[in-house]
Each structure stands twice: as structure tokens, then as C-alpha cells.
Design a protein around this ligand. Structure first.
Ligand code: ADP
Ligand code: MG
Length: 243
């Protein structure tokens, strides 16, 4: 049996003494695309942040790519596991060009030949050379999200944590970005852990899904259960009926 890419066992996280992630347990296999689904406020983003060392102190067991989970942002882990946030406007610095944003991870990790790599990754995400010296306000939402995905790809990670990567975008642009993410995964064998509240997105992109309600995982099911709604948990059935 291959070791999981991500393994969580009884993960607990509290903000100011209030538990928002309660005993969360699931594994994501290498090359798997795994969805974390649930209503707003259920703790999904907090789980992803914990995997990057961005959540407050957590307890339980966490392993990412065979290493113990981080308690603070970790440079070696960042090289192998990258996060893409929901709102690319918020996650891109307003006064940094695309070139700066994409070069920074290489500088931090002491990787040379930035020019060639920036050009290649821009091409990989479907942006031509004109975009290289633009600022966030000179691009559309979809183009900005392509830049955010490009930034995550700069260090050639194995795992991508995707926090609602399309929910801030128009429907037609959402489809473009989902197609891009699907192609990148097929080309590179990436592992995805993707937060979404959109069940059709899970059908399109994911192999399995975990459903989270008020900090707890209530069900883990194959994405194929969305074909006929064969879920066992009442909360999952409610989400399915509303989709
Ligand atoms: P989701 O991504 O499922 O919408 P979050 O993980 O963002 O949920 O939030 C879970 C709960 O934790 C919410 O009640 C939210 O208000 C709270 N929370 C999130 N971030 C913080 C923070 N930095 N400080 C205090 N509470 C937070
Ligand atoms: Mg969230």
C-alpha cells in the first residue's frame, strides 16, 4: 500500500478557545483529487491552512508527504505542497507585477534561471508573454487566478491545496479555470485537496469527497455517489438535495 500524500487523524483546531475543527480524520492518496465540502463556516479553510502551518496551534496527527505536519509555515514543505486561495485579488499584491510574483518563490528557494521558468509557467497556465509585466488591476478575475495558480506551480509541488479556487469567478470563467486545473493534474500527476461548496465541481474534478459540518467530517464518499445521491448521512443528503 502506498503511503498517503496527506493524512489527518483526530485533527482539532480552536480559535480563541472555540473549537472549529473537531476530530477530523481522512487520508488523501498520492495522485488523488479529494474534495472537502460543506457550508460556509464549517472549518474547511482552517483545515487547509493547518496543512500549510497557517492555522493556530492544532492537536492530533497530521502528515504531509511523509513528514509530520507543520506548526508554522515551513520552507521545505512549501516547495512540495502549495496553496491557492479563493480570491486572487486578495492573494496577489496590488503593487507587484506578475513577473515579481512568479520570481519570488524561486528567489526564496535560491533557484536560478528565473526568466525561462516564469515564461514556461505562464505558458502552462495559458497566459501569453504580454501578461508578464502586468499588475493585478490590469487583469480580469480569471487571469488573476491563472497567475495565482502559476505562482503555486513555480516550485513544481506534488500537492496543491485549492481553497474554492473558482467561487469568486463568473460561471464561464469558472469552467476555464477548472479545465486548467484538470489538465495540470493530468499532465503532472498532482495531488489535489480542494475545498468547494459546489457539488457539480466535485463531480467534474474529484475522485472522493469528505463532507464537513460544524467542524466535523460527517461522511466520506466516492464522487460517483453524486450520480445517484447514494449518501448515508442526513446532512450530506440535504446538501445533495439542495444542489
Ligand atoms: P469555511 O472555510 O468552511 O467557510 P473557516 O475554516 O474559514 O470555514 O472558518 C471556520 C470557523 O472559524 C468560522 O466560524 C470562522 O469564523 C472561524 N475563524 C476562521 N478564521 C479565524 C480567525 N483567524 N480567527 C478567529 N476565528 C476564525
Ligand atoms: Mg473557506
Amino acid at each position: 500500500m502506498t503511503a498517503p500524500a496527506i493524512s489527518l487523524e483526530n485533527l482539532d483546531i480552536a480559535y480563541d478557545g472555540l473549537r472549529v475543527v473537531k476530530g477530523v480524520t481522512f487520508d488523501v492518496a498520492p495522485d488523488e483529487s479529494f474534495a472537502l465540502v460543506g457550508e460556509s463556516g464549517s472549518g474547511k479553510s482552517t483545515v487547509l491552512k493547518a496543512l500549510c502551518g497557517l492555522a493556530p496551534e492544532w492537536t492530533g496527527k497530521m502528515e504531509v508527504l511523509g513528514q509530520p505536519g507543520p506548526h508554522r509555515p515551513d520552507r521545505a514543505l512549501a516547495q512540495r505542497c502549495q496553496m491557492v486561495f479563493q480570491d486572487p485579488y486578495g492573494s496577489l499584491h496590488p503593487r507587484k507585477t506578475v513577473d515579481t510574483v512568479l520570481s519570488e518563490p524561486l528567489s526564496i528557494h535560491g533557484i536560478g534561471d528565473k526568466d525561462a521558468r516564469v515564461q514556461q509557467v505562464l505558458e502552462d497556465v495559458g497566459l501569453d508573454a504580454r501578461f508578464r509585466f502586468r499588475y493585478p488591476h490590469q487583469m480580469s478575475g480569471g487571469q488573476r487566478q491563472r497567475v495565482a495558480i502559476a505562482r503555486a506551480l513555480m516550485l513544481e509541488p506534488e500537492v496543491m491545496l485549492l481553497d474554492e479556487p473558482t467561487s469568486a469567478l463568473d460561471v464561464s470563467v469558472q469552467a476555464e479555470i477548472l479545465n486548467l486545473l484538470k489538465r495540470l493534474r493530468a499532465e503532472r500527476g498532482l495531488t489535489y485537496l480542494m475545498v468547494t461548496h459546489n457539488l457539480p465541481v466535485v463531480s467534474f474534478m474529484c475522485d472522493r469527497m469528505a463532507v464537513m459540518n460544524k467542524g466535523e467530517i460527517v461522511e466520506i464518499a466516492p464522487a460517483t455517489a453524486l450520480h445517484d445521491g447514494s449518501f448515508s448521512d442526513p446532512y450530506t443528503q440535504k446538501l445533495y438535495a439542495a444542489s
